[in-house]
Design a binder for this molecule. Structure first.
Ligand code: JF5
Length: 283
């Protein structure tokens, strides 16, 4: 458990702005990742409290078992209700308590933003499944981080912890915190470059070295739009298509678009009718 951080205002222990509890049969794995990176920094700064609990803590049998064979037969084991209910009742983790499972509500940036507003807890499923009574009568909801199956919910829980942590005010510096802006705009990020200006004959776009900040900003906005059109037209759709100003910006940067895109009207786009994104713009 993280010790409460102290401030210099004479008000005593500082209450972390955010609390996330994680229940898992691999507390060491979850704990060690949460000690590193941005999550660890936020914990040490007292901004974020991450409490990792061992699902075996309330087991009473000699083998401390948390799983059992499935009723009805079949391969593998199922996470049993007694140890999980006992752990949750002993810990009393903040609600909502959310089960990580492939069948849950898809976790995305807007859900991360919602979760960053108040404490919550994560329960890591394991084995071939979780006894349905845990899903029905113990947790408040289920979260999925994507359409694939993991051996357990730990990696999924860490995805949620890290993406929520970096949205908690103060966790990232002012400089870094702008990076959610790109996603909240509903567009992909523009390409970034660092030194050297030429690497193995590949040159950094000259506008980025021009010193013309307005031109850089326009180029980046155009690149964000171009990338989103080519790679994630679904994001553009749900954002309501392109505005007239965005169409003009793209045209100004040599991107071939018709006026139809401005209204979001359907028309074969450059990525739909044309070459695959991977095949474009190769020198
Ligand atoms: C898990 C039963 C949980 O595989 C996942 C997962 C995939 N996307 N989001 C979560 O969680 C582990 C496996 C089996 C319950």
């Amino acid at each position: 458990m993280a010790a409460a951080a102290h401030d210099s205002s004479g008000e005593g222990p500082k209450r972390a702005a955010m609390r996330i509890d994680v229940l898992t049969i691999f507390p060491d794995v979850v704990e060690s990742y949460c000690d590193a990176s941005v999550v660890g920094r936020a914990r040490r700064a007292g901004i974020l409290e991450v409490n990792v609990h061992d699902l075996r803590l309330a087991t009473t049998d000699a083998h401390r078992s948390v799983d059992d064979a499935p009723f009805g037969g079949g391969a593998g084991m199922v996470l049993a209700p007694e140890p999980v209910f006992a752990a949750v009742e002993a810990v009393r983790p903040p609600r909502p308590l959310l089960l990580l499972s492939p069948g849950g509500r898809r976790f995305d940036q807007s859900l991360a933003r919602e979760l960053a507003r108040a404490p919550f807890s994560l329960l890591c499923g394991r084995y071939e499944g979780v006894d349905q009574r845990i899903a029905d009568h113990l947790v408040d909801g289920e979260l999925s981080v994507g359409d694939y199956v993991l051996a357990g919910g730990e990696l999924a829980a860490l995805v949620v912890v890290e993406s929520v942590a970096r949205l908690v005010p103060g966790v990232l510096g002012n400089e870094e915190s702008a990076t959610d802006e790109s996603f909240s705009s509903g567009l992909l990020e523009y390409p970034q470059y660092t030194r050297p200006a030429v690497f193995r004959s590949w040159e950094v776009p000259p506008v980025l070295r021009s010193g013309d900040h307005a031109a850089v900003a326009r180029w980046r906005a155009a690149e964000s739009l171009r990338r989103t059109i080519e790679r994630r037209p679904d994001l553009l759709e749900s954002r309501g298509g392109l505005s007239d100003a965005e169409v003009r910006l793209l045209c100004d940067h040599g991107y071939p678009l018709g006026a139809a895109e401005s209204s979001g009207a359907r028309r074969p786009g450059p990525s739909r009718g044309g070459a695959a994104p991977e095949e474009r713009d190769r020198p």
